[in-house]
Ligand binder design. Structure first.
Ligand code: NDP
Length: 273
């Protein structure tokens, strides 16, 4: 039987992960089967342990189970520990190993698109799981600073305290309006509700890179807003998605696939829908 992989989430219908992993498998001549599976909110642990017991080799974990996945692991990588969440499970030697590849996926995508992170001033919008997971990989790139701004200020401040690093601090949206940034990363889920975080248009300048972790067929509300106010360097989260998948694939299969052709074919298939 072919090696079996899953992505578990709720909802999961629109997951692109099977497309991405089958593309990687084809590209690297690997034999594997990767399916998406909806899990009821109370069934996470039982479903995952069943899949592992049946010989499953690994799984990606998405909303809302990343924290539960963390709790289920016997061993955790540094990135999983720092994120407090797991998006990649590996079943091996009767143990569950947990990793978090989201942050690396983001950093790789930024570097691939020639965004300079070293010496940059980064504004990270949001203080949920996605924001938390990208902080350590961003810090490793040696930026000057990372300002974390969130609608609920206390959440941003609490998050930053956990990192205990002078380069990072938490704010409310209105507190950062007079600052200067080189990169603004939207890690809020506002775009999913067709909303944008309430930051000032003064922050948007032609040389400021605007990144939205969300992606869609149409430009996301945050990127449309940034474009309208003069930003010319706009990036959505599709490359991050393929990037995090490539890191999971490398953990499982010991071979690092090329992301570029898969980003292109995924973009084309989304546009054709
Ligand atoms: P969480 O639910 O953990 O956090 C949501 C965050 O968004 C909070 O900071 C919340 O602020 C903020 N928020 C929600 N609505 C608004 C609004 N209308 N205005 C301002 N802020 C708002 O979600 P995650 O952190 O897990 O995910 C965030 C996004 O990142 C999702 O859209 C997800 O799809 C995306 N993502 C993309 C990945 C990729 O590979 N491209 C990987 C991982 C995530 P508050 O604290 O005030 O409620």
């Amino acid at each position: 039987m072919m090696d079996q992989y899953r992505v578990f989430g709720n909802p999961i219908k629109h997951s692109r992960s099977p497309f991405i992993h089958h593309s990687f498998a084809k590209q690297t001549s690997q034999q594997l089967n990767y399916q998406s599976e909806l899990i009821a909110l109370d069934d996470f642990e039982i479903k995952v342990t069943q899949f592992a017991a049946q010989g499953g080799k690994g799984a990606n974990i998405t909303v809302p189970f990343k924290e539960q996945a963390y709790d289920l692991c016997n061993e955790l990588s540094q990135s999983a520990l720092s994120a407090g969440a797991v998006n990649t499970l590996t079943f091996k030697n009767n143990k569950i190993y947990g990793d978090n590849t989201d942050g690396l996926g983001l950093v790789q995508d930024l570097l691939r698109q020639h965004v300079k992170l070293k010496g940059s001033r980064i504004l990270l919008l949001g203080a949920g799981g996605a924001a938390k997971g990208v902080i350590l990989p961003l810090l490793e790139q040696n930026p000057i600073s990372i300002a974390v701004a969130n609608r609920t200020v206390s959440r941003a401040k609490d998050l930053c305290k956990q990192f205990n690093d002078k380069k990072i601090d938490g704010y409310g949206f209105e507190q950062i309006n007079k600052n200067e940034f080189d990169i603004i990363i939207n890690a809020t889920s506002a775009s999913l509700d067709n909303k944008i975080p309430k930051i000032s248009i003064q922050l948007i300048k032609p040389n400021v890179v605007c990144y939205d972790m969300v992606y869609a067929k149409k430009m996301t509300p945050f990127l449309s807003w940034a474009k309208e106010h003069g930003s010319v360097h706009l990036i959505d989260g599709l490359g991050m998605l393929v990037g995090q998948a490539s890191e999971s694939f490398a953990i499982w299969r010991n071979v690092k696939p090329e992301v570029e052709p898969v980003i292109e074919s995924l973009r084309a298939s989304i546009l054709a829908e």
